[in-house]
Each structure stands twice: as C-alpha cells, then as structure tokens.
Design a protein around this ligand. Structure first.
Ligand code: XUL
Ligand code: CO
Length: 439
C-alpha cells in the first residue's frame, strides 16, 4: 500500500544530459551498460533512514526545521509504521534498490528492552510488507549504540559491564532483524567507542572488550545463518575526541590484531576520511589493498568546516576518483553507495530530499562514466605501469622475488657506480589528462 506524500513528484526517469527537468536523471540511466555491467549494478544506491526520515535538521544553535507532513511527531509504533510506508514511497520514486537503517530509527525505544524489541518487531512487519511490494532491501542494518544516555561512556568499550551486556543484546536483535529483512550486510560504526580523556580511560582494556564484542557478533551471525557482510565504519572523531576506529589503517590493524579480519570488511565514509586528514580515495585504497573494501557511505564534507557535515556528494572529481578505485578493484560485491547524507537545515521541505538524492545519484553516474573513460583511454594506467618498470626485470625483479640480499645490492651498486636517472612524476600532465576526460 503506497502512500501519496510525494504525489507531485513523478517516478524519476532518465532524460539525458539535455533535460532541464529537476525531477529527472541527466546521467543515471539504470540499465545502461558500462564496462559490461548495468549502472544500477555498479552503483547499488542506498538511502539512509536516519537522515532522510528522522533527522529534524537541528544544529547546536537552533531547533529542527524539517517539514515532514506525514509525521505526527509522536514516538509511537503507529507513527513509525506510517513512516515506513512514506520511506518506501520515496525509495521507489528515486529508483534506489537499497536502504540502510538503525534499529532505533525505524521503531521507538520503550522503557524495557523486551518492549523495545516488540516495538521493533511491529515495525519490521511493515518493512517486510513494503519490501515485498517493491523489491527494495536493506544494504545494511545497524544498531544505535550512541544516542541513549546509557551509552555515555560507550557501548562495547564502556567501563560499565552491564552497558556492554545491554549493547550486546541490542546488536543481537539488530542482526536478527537485518537477517529477517534479507539485508546484504550489517555495519558497526563505533558511535561512542573512544575516549575524551586518557586520565579516566583504560584504553587497552576497552579495545580488548570491543574485540570480544565483535567476536560474539560473528559467532551469533554464524549461529543464525546470516550470510550478509559485516562492516566496520571508520571515523576519527565525533562524538568522542578520539574514536578507536580512527581510519581504515587503524581498523585493519585492530581486525588483524584480534583475528577478526576474516569476518569484516570496511564501510568507508567520505566525510569521515577527510576528518581523519585523508582523502576518501586514500582510505578506499588502504581498504582495497587489504582485501577489505566493502561498502561506501557516499557523502562529502565542506572544505571550510572541520566537522562531519554529511553533505550530498555533487563534486564529479570526487565521484570519478571513487569510481576509478571501485572499477579497478572489481566493484561492489555486497556493498553499495549509501547516501549517508543530509539536506542542509535551510532545505527543509520534502522536495529537497528528492533534489538531494537525484543530484547525488547523477554525480555518481557521471563519475562512473568518467572513470570508465579514463580506463578506456589507458594513458593514466600506462603511465603508472611504466613508472614502475624498473621492477619488472633485472635487479628490481630480483628484489621483488626475494632473491637479493643487502650484500648483493651493495655489490650491484659498487659495480654500477650510481643509479639510473629518475624520471619526472608528471603530476600536472596526469591531472590534465583527468580533466580532458571529464565529460
Ligand atoms: C555517523 C555515521 C553513522 C553510521 C551508521 O557519522 O556515519 O550514521 O553510518 O551508524
Ligand atoms: Co556513515
């Protein structure tokens, strides 16, 4: 039963780059084939429940501005069930195949865990109906382990063992619900897993607890037969001063140290990477190199603001660079482009939700086409290959294959006298090629 809250908005269709219709795709043509695969299968767009349907668009200085005519403002199951129908109306109109949710986005928390779980089940029933009606499924589910005051000191890293136990119970249920809904994955973003002062923190013990938590989650996943992919989502700060899952490299080190790498991949969020002082491409490469690139939270920050502004990605250089790495690494398996993004506080009407997603989807479709054009052109790839050609034979090959010792290299260099001359890195020339292929 579809609602009619976006009735003035048509189902968004592809009209091509010449269209001036704000409610049409200019670049995202779901069935168009790029490098042998449809755009829809390359991009696997997902819409987040929290920013799109829950976020009131408040900031630290002012209350929420969002106008959401379907919402009666009550924290009731009935209101939550209605919201599901509205959410699916928007997912359908945008032609997104996936969505992502926290347990507490979709259903209200009650005063006991038992009642909270019942509330969740009542809403999940409606989610299932809407999924059956539309074929839209969760890209991933997750648990909100950061909003309630019980999580003031963290969840899996809380100093209070009872809070750890509560969080475990909450995640158990959230994984079960994600499984029931046929989710392709489940994400752990370390909400308040970190610290604000080392004076009151036993960091080693907290991280060991976090690892124990993850192992228990993996055991439970196996027990219930959930086949979806587990992800960790790095973020360096916010809400704590120092989040334990700082960036991709830190997460991979944690997963290796605690023998968890086989259970997890990473969900890289663009704005989190920039908060860590990296580009998103950097964190994607680090993940891919460890065989751990799983999914992407597709958003962007603001160059003038140093916090997690979670803006919709519209910069085609950014989307092209992301898609270049994705194509290079063989594309998504279980993951997708999840718009963990919110409209600005000033963009408070329901229509703004449509403009935001249409823009983000088009920016990624364009990024995909640019990335494919760069790969077809081949000059960038060839340049990098040639740049490392000294490793393909001779002394380079010997070093790479482990057949050379320090003594061998000393002998080699004493005989040769000096290294062969270096060549220019040609960064500007390569940037020019990139620009030439922005279509
Ligand atoms: C917070 C963030 C989360 C996770 C899911 O910065 O990105 O919304 O994606 O908990
Ligand atoms: Co995110």
């Amino acid at each position: 039963m579809a609602t009619q809250y976006f009735k003035n908005i048509p189902k968004i269709q592809y009209e091509g780059p010449d269209s001036k219709n704000p409610f049409a795709f200019k670049y995202y043509n779901p069935d168009e084939i790029v490098e042998g695969k449809s755009m829809r299968d390359h991009l696997r767009f997902s819409i987040v429940y929290w920013h799109t349907f829950i976020n009131p668009l408040a900031d630290p200085f002012g209350m929420g501005t969002a106008v959401r005519p379907w919402d009666d403002g009550s924290n009731t199951v009935k209101n939550a069930q209605k919201r599901v129908r509205v959410a699916f109306e928007l997912f359908e109109k945008l032609g997104a195949d996936f969505y992502a949710f926290h347990d507490r986005d979709v259903a209200p928390e009650a005063s006991t865990l038992a009642q909270t779980n019942k509330n969740l089940d009542s809403v999940v029933k409606v989610m299932k109906e809407e999924q059956e009606r539309t074929g839209i499924k969760p890209l991933w589910g997750t648990a909100c382990l950061f909003a309630h005051p019980r999580y003031v000191h963290g969840a899996a890293t809380s100093c209070n063992a009872d809070v750890f136990a509560y969080a475990a119970a909450q995640v158990k249920k959230a994984i079960e619900v994600t499984h029931e809904l046929g989710g392709a994955g489940y994400t752990f973003w370390g909400g308040r897993e970190g610290y604000t002062s080392l004076l009151n923190t036993d960091m080693k013990r907290e991280q060991e607890h976090m690892a124990r938590f993850m192992h228990m989650a993996a055991e439970h996943k196996k027990k219930i037969g959930f086949k979806g992919q587990f992800y960790i989502e790095p973020k360096p700060k916010e809400p704590t001063k120092h989040q334990y899952d700082f960036d991709a490299a830190t997460c991979i080190n944690f997963l290796r140290e605690f023998d968890l790498l086989k259970h997890f991949k990473l969900n890289i969020e663009a704005n989190h990477a920039t908060l860590a002082g990296h580009t998103v491409e950097h964190d994607l490469e680090v993940s891919a190199n460890a065989g751990a690139l799983g999914s992407i939270d597709a958003n962007t920050g603001d160059t003038l603001l140093g916090w997690d502004t979670d803006q919709f990605p519209t910069d085609i250089y950014l989307t092209a660079k992301i898609m270049l790495i994705l194509l290079k690494t063989g594309g998504f398996k279980t993951g997708g482009l999840n718009f963990d993004a919110k409209v600005r506080r000033e963009s408070y009407e329901p229509t703004d939700l449509v403009h935001a997603h249409v823009g983000g989807m088009d920016a990624f479709a364009r990024g995909l086409k640019i990335a494919a054009a760069i790969r077809a052109d081949g000059r960038l790839d060839k340049f990098v290959k040639d740049r490392y050609s000294s490793w393909d034979s001779g002394i380079g090959e010997k070093i790479e294959s482990g057949k050379a010792s320090f003594a061998d290299l000393e002998k080699y260099m004493i005989k040769k006298g000096k290294p062969s001359p270096n060549k220019s890195g040609r960064q500007e020339y390569l940037e020019n090629i990139f620009n030439e292929l922005i279509i």
